[in-house]
Design a protein around this ligand. Structure first.
Ligand code: NAP
Ligand code: GCO
Length: 265
């Protein structure tokens, strides 16, 4: 039966990767209204920074140092979480990197590094949590995709390849595990003001907006950059019972970019 409880996450265990700050931190903070929060990041320094930030919001989060590309580290972390916190109900694959390098200048090694964090790691993470979810008969996996799951752009070949692949991994996890009452969906953030996009928003020497900043404002019907708060409601929806029949979908939270041809001259 539908009620206001349908959107609540009480009693759930949510693991958000790379969630010391930025989009992951915002999503975990939204989940903390009902769920127990666990996060990881790549270094102790970042985990400590994250723990302090959660504490400031009165959120009692557990933080782990874990490189999401390292299968042994991931499996050890999941084993500890399952033993000490509980089976993971909600996994958000948020950790990601970008390298903005023109394709002809990009080395194969640089390309591989992006694919490793943005595509191979969500596979490793999902593989580690799925057995627990199958045992429980329920689970939510949310992959943080991108505009680049749909669109290309100069300098982001590896990122676009990885995020396009992540969209298809999302559909495949849905296909393979839907019968276990496991939903795997993506969120495709538009251009969100975080440290990852700070170089694209830097003010020019004369105080004017960066040309890329102006380009994004013109491409976005909402005429602004997104905030990390903009992702909270969609992330809660996809983690909650209200979305139990939504599977293999990417929810674009982009202020309308994908619907828009761009400002007419
Ligand atoms: P971000 O700077 O990309 O934050 C990601 C976090 O993941 C950082 O703490 C990062 O650590 C961590 N991380 C990187 N590699 C890792 C690894 N191997 N193992 C564990 N953690 C690792 O900031 P964000 O902008 O909040 O991005 C979050 C996600 O949203 C990413 O997947 C990104 O691609 C996606 N996204 C962002 C936007 C946007 O406009 N900002 C739009 C669409 C999608 P370091 O700080 O050391 O790198
Ligand atoms: C870029 C940006 C994007 C965004 C985001 C868009 O250089 O074009 O960094 O890739 O971060 O992923 O959805």
């Amino acid at each position: 039966m539908f009620s206001d409880q349908s959107f609540r996450l009480d009693g759930r265990v949510a693991l958000v990767t790379g969630a010391s700050y930025g989009i992951g931190f915002a999503i975990a903070s939204a989940y903390a209204v009902g769920a127990t929060i666990v996060f990881n990041d790549i270094s102790q320094e970042l985990v400590d920074k994250g723990l302090a930030a959660y504490q400031e919001q009165n959120i009692n989060a557990r933080g782990f140092v874990c490189d999401v590309t390292n299968e042994a580290q991931v499996n050890a972390m999941i084993k500890t979480i399952e033993a000490e916190v509980g089976i993971i109900d909600i996994l958000v694959n948020n950790a990601g990197i970008i390298k903005r390098i023109p394709m002809l200048e990009m080395s194969a090694e640089e390309f591989r590094q992006v694919i490793d964090v943005d595509l191979n790691a969500p596979f490793i993470m999902a593989k580690a949590v799925l057995p627990g979810m199958i045992k429980k008969g329920a689970g939510k996996i949310i992959n943080i995709c991108s505009m680049m799951s749909e669109l290309g752009r100069e300098t982001v070949s590896a990122y676009a390849a990885a995020k396009g692949g992540l969209k298809m991994l999302t559909r495949n996890i849905c296909s393979e595990f839907g019968e276990h009452n496991i939903q795997c969906n993506g969120i495709g953030p538009g251009y969100i003001a975080t440290p990852q996009t700070a170089p694209l928003r830097e003010r020019q020497a004369d105080g004017s907006r960066h040309p890329f900043d102006q380009f994004i404002l013109a491409k976005t019907p909402a005429a602004r950059w997104g905030t990390t708060e903009d992702l909270m409601g969609p992330a809660v929806f996809l983690a909650s019972r209200a979305s139990d029949f939504v599977n293999g979908h990417v929810l674009y939270v982009d202020g309308g970019i994908l619907a828009y041809i761009g400002k007419q001259p």
